[in-house]
Write a protein that binds this ligand. Structure first.
Ligand code: SF4
Length: 389
């Protein structure tokens, strides 16, 4: 990376987390490889955007005592954002099948977000149908910023702030600022995960560094699926973040991988370009283990119905050169996975195929709409390598 590009690079919490978990994963995420999305991300974005719309809703001309307007407004903005998300989801190169039935869950999460706003305004547990225009105006008056970008003055650290809210005392005076980050994922058991805690503290600390004159600032994770609030506490993380920024200078040569159960065993969107999850699985005797597995296969027969015969491969070397094992299995490709394989074959691709998250528990491997189906293109430790020869 040139000095100019490095100056332009801003550390975000997600890039920081990725880099801490596995520098190779972070490096791969910066290689302009085909982007991936999923239903959880789409739902989260639609809910966030709908809360943003509700916070900004124009109530001009409405009577202060009017109630009954909020449920229809919630539905209107959520539906509009949902449709918008659907378009962007289908335009993302790697995506699973769209699940329309998740709209009900989006409604529930949006309701959770509204409940948390009501709690902040001192009016908890009110059904949206009884929320008056006056009460919603009060909520709006407590919102200092919504969906804003946070960036240190030197541009090195950044984040996206969901809500910056005012805490007010009994006399109506501002007694503090609250950074509230909406989370539509699973509510934590007990306490915030370290990655979320660090993200919230980073937002708090950027805010403090940009505003010398500020009241006490707190940072909270607002879990809409509870709904439940978790407070992030701890010392400043700015020094750590700047140290990470220095080291996150993307090199030509791929950065160090840290394969293992916590990294490759969880979600990593870049497995089709990384040989290390594969060699780690083989070396630890865990290749194709578990009810859901990743694999590199040769497709030997593929019927229009999606039924196929696949031959399992294993890594021949550290670079992830595929070696057929002679083990052939029946498989069924469904939904988007079937479409992805059809496209690969129509394009004339003949090499090994990476299939991610395959259901292996039955007699026939099920490669459903949630699975990645990609050409196996591992990037070796010293950079690109042609593994077809
Ligand atoms: S597959 Fe594992 S080692 Fe490779 S980038 Fe992902 S997390 Fe890192």
């Amino acid at each position: 990376m040139s000095e100019q590009e490095k100056r332009q690079f801003s550390l975000s919490p997600s890039a920081w987390n990725r880099w801490e978990a596995c520098p190779r994963q972070y490096w791969l995420s910066r290689q302009k490889l085909p982007r991936k999305t999923g239903m959880a991300a789409a739902l989260g974005t639609a809910v966030h955007a709908s809360i943003e719309d509700l916070v900004a809703v124009d109530l001009t001309g409405k009577e202060a005592s009017e109630a009954g307007w909020l449920p229809s407004e919630m539905e209107r903005v959520l539906r509009a954002r949902w449709e918008e998300e659907k378009v962007s989801f289908h335009a993302t190169p790697r995506h699973p099948d769209w699940k329309e039935d998740k709209f009900g869950n989006a409604r529930k999460q949006q309701l959770g977000g509204v409940e948390l706003l009501l709690r902040h305004a001192g009016a908890p547990a009110l059904h949206p149908s009884v929320v008056s225009v006056a009460l919603w105006r009060r909520i709006q008056s407590l919102v200092i910023a919504c969906e804003g970008e946070l960036r240190t003055t030197d541009g090195r650290l950044m984040g996206r702030l969901d809500l910056l809210l005012a805490d007010v005392d009994g006399d109506g005076k501002v007694s503090g600022w609250k950074v509230a980050d909406l989370k539509t994922g699973r509510t934590p058991d007990g306490k915030l995960s370290e990655t979320v805690r660090r993200q919230l503290l980073l937002y708090r600390d950027i805010l403090l560094s940009n505003n010398t004159d500020h009241p006490p600032v707190s940072a909270e994770g607002w879990y809409t699926d509870g709904p439940k609030v978790y407070v992030a506490e701890g010392d400043s993380v700015l020094e750590q973040a700047y140290a990470a920024w220095q080291e996150m200078d993307v090199t030509e040569i791929p950065m160090k991988p840290t394969p293992g159960e916590d990294t490759c065993g969880g979600f990593c969107d870049w497995k089709a370009w990384c040989p290390h999850w594969w060699t780690w699985r083989k070396d630890s005797g865990k290749l194709h283990a578990g009810n859901f597995a990743d694999a590199v296969v040769l497709v030997e027969n593929f019927e229009p119905s999606g039924a196929a015969v696949i031959e399992l491969c294993e890594p021949a070397d550290e670079a992830g050169r595929p070696q057929p094992t002679g083990v052939a299995l029946a498989a069924i490709f469904e939904g988007n996975a079937k479409i992805a394989l059809e496209k690969l074959l129509t394009d004339g691709y003949q090499g090994a195929v990476f299939i991610g998250g395959v259901m292996t528990s039955g007699r026939v491997w099920r490669i459903g709409g949630w699975c990645d189906v990609l050409p196996w293109s591992p990037i070796a430790d010293h950079g690109d390598e042609d593994l077809t020869s």
